[in-house]
Design a protein around this ligand. Structure first.
Ligand code: RB5
Length: 148
């Protein structure tokens, strides 16, 4: 499995933070698969969310990060894809708990909400925190059942 590979994508409002997060990921020893966008020209976030989320749902790679203005639109769109648990986390505690309790496979953040320093903290804790399992596994299964 490509555990070292992280998918990343953004719309125009997230483009600049996406570029910074790419460097953060490389600093942390990860490889990056970039789903665009490639500039601050306006694009529709659901289209970027869809292509990245389909890839992550197919576990190629297993985790992804999406950036829009707030992170909200990207999380709503990505969560429409079966197999995705996208968590909008603009703080470290939510990012940590979204892995421990929710087993999130996509992190979304807001380019208009956080700076590079905060993004580094959030990305690092999200990538380094494992799912706790146990009672949370049952709840994840209950979420999967909602997809049927
Ligand atoms: C684009 O202006 C903005 O709506 C988008 O980036 C995102 O924040 C939506 O949730």
């Amino acid at each position: 499995m490509e555990e070292n590979l992280i998918a990343i994508g953004a719309d125009h409002a997230g483009f600049e933070l996406k570029e910074k997060i790419k460097n953060i990921l490389k600093d942390l020893g990860y490889e990056v698969k970039d789903f665009g966008t490639d500039s601050t020209d306006s694009v529709d976030y659901p289209l970027i969310a869809k292509s990245l989320a389909v890839s992550v749902a197919n576990k190629h790679p297993q985790k992804g990060i999406l950036v829009c203005g707030t992170g909200v639109g990207m999380s709503i769109a990505a969560n429409k894809i079966k197999g995705i648990i996208a968590a909008n986390c603009n703080d470290t505690e939510t990012a940590k708990l979204s892995r421990l309790h929710n087993n999130s496979n996509i992190l979304t953040v807001g380019g208009r909400m956080i700076d590079e320093k905060k993004a580094r903290e959030i990305v690092k804790i999200w990538l380094e925190t494992d799912f706790e399992g146990g009672r949370h596994q049952r709840r994840i299964q209950e979420i999967r059942d909602l997809e049927k």
